[in-house]
Design a protein around this ligand. Structure first.
Ligand code: PLP
Length: 390
């Protein structure tokens, strides 16, 4: 790897040239089963024909105009997201962190507009990850994100995972919102109980707070519903999405109810690139597939099968794995040996995964996998675990 890059990543010694469905190939032509999907981004696998068609068709027409003008693909994608969710309004971004930032700004603006400008604090959960901007590292609250980048942006209060009493106790006169990932991703695939999300909804209603979800990783079908909040049968006021909605093209969005977005009027927020025609063409194409009749039911079936198979792997290799956890196709293997060793071993045996916090290896396969791919994954996991056993 060239030293001209800032060495902010401890990159694996591997590079890829092309992909096809759930497989990715290096320059030597070696094939890997991609159960990382570029960190839950390539939701439909690599080089999905419908996405390639949408992007190349748009690329021949128009790439960029700026948000000074109407962009038809934006209106269409926003309307479809609104129709499929709790939301009434959408703001498009290029990344997840920007989508969270938009939500954080919206939260402050909402309380400013509705007569409570003193309310700006946001309660977040330990182990959270919301991005790498100054505000989103403060929201994430982890030392490893914040160290050396002080002073931290003011206004975030963190409570232990799954502790509703601590959350209630953290609410004060300056509290504006609660921000949660329904399934923590970077934190180690830790799903929040649906009952907990319902309690958070109630707390927000009782105290006049906005409930904001970060579904950047768990959204767009990953848990078997279009959005993970649907499992809890609640609706948030604000939600950040990204990763899967672009299928590999950088797209993010902040979704909100009309009420929550009341302050986001002309001139209050902006982006040069966000929502450009290329991004919108791909975002619409991803929705074409994910919203097809039966697609999400199929994700649920395949996910159940994968989860059962992984439970078998854990049983067979108790010295390497502690448990399988997660929801849908957002799964984590908690390791007893360093997760980085497992991650490297899997790659050596032809499979990509993603390391996460809490010594977990994440499996985030594209949503299009079938039982045959799961069989291949299980074989590679068994082989790798056997090789790691002392
Ligand atoms: C990836 C991720 C982000 C940050 O998205 P970027 O596109 O890297 O800025 C924020 N929150 C969650 C839950 C994520 O998984």
């Amino acid at each position: 790897m060239t030293s001209a890059l800032m060495p902010t990543y401890a990159r694996a010694d591997a590079a890829f040239e092309r992909g096809e469905g759930p497989y990715i190939f290096n320059e030597a032509g070696d094939r890997y089963l991609d159960f990382g999907a570029g960190i839950a981004v390539c939701a439909l696998g690599h080089a999905h024909p419908h996405l390639v068609e949408a992007l190349t068709t748009q690329a021949q027409k128009l790439w960029h105009t700026s948000n000074l003008y109407q962009i038809s693909g934006q209106g269409r994608l926003a309307e479809r997201l609104v129709a499929a969710t709790f939301a009434d309004r959408v703001f498009f971004t290029n990344s997840g962190a920007e989508a969270v930032e938009c939500g954080l700004k919206l939260i402050r603006k909402y309380h400013d507009e509705t007569g409570n400008p003193e309310r700006f604090r946001v309660i977040t959960v330990e182990g959270a990850f919301h991005g790498r901007t100054l505000a989103t590292i403060a929201a994430g609250g982890q030392d490893k994100l914040l160290n050396g980048f002080g002073p931290a942006v003011e206004g975030f209060d963190q409570v232990p995972f799954g502790d509703i009493d601590a959350m209630r106790a953290a609410i004060g006169p300056e509290t504006a919102a609660i921000l949660i990932e329904p399934v923590q991703g970077e934190g180690g695939i830790r799903p929040i109980e649906p009952a907990f999300l319902r309690q958070v909804r109630t707390l927000c209603d009782e105290h006049g707070l906005l409930m904001m979800l970060d579904e950047i990783q768990c959204g767009i079908g990953r848990t078997g519903k279009l959005f993970a909040y649907e499992w809890a049968e609640i609706e948030p006021d604000v939600m950040a999405i990204a990763k899967g909605i672009g299928g590999g093209f950088p797209v993010g969005a902040c979704l909100a109810t009309e009420k929550a977005a009341v302050g986001m009027t002309a001139g209050t927020h902006g982006t040069t690139f966000g929502g450009n025609p290329l991004a919108m063409a791909v975002g619409n194409a991803v929705l074409d597939v994910v919203l097809e009749d039966g697609f999400l039911d199929r994700v649920q079936r395949v996910a159940n099968h994968l989860t059962q198979q992984l439970a078998g792997v854990v049983d067979r290799h108790g010295e390497i794995f502690e448990e399988v956890r997660g929801q849908g196709l957002m799964l984590g293997l908690k390791c007893k040996v360093p997760n980085i060793d497992v991650w490297h071993k899997l790659r050596a045996n032809g499979m990509l995964a993603v390391p996460a916090g809490d010594n977990v290896v994440r499996l985030l396969p594209p949503l299009i996998i079938d039982e045959q791919h799961i069989g291949e994954a299980v074989d590679i996991l068994d082989k790798s675990a056997s090789e790691l056993e002392p």
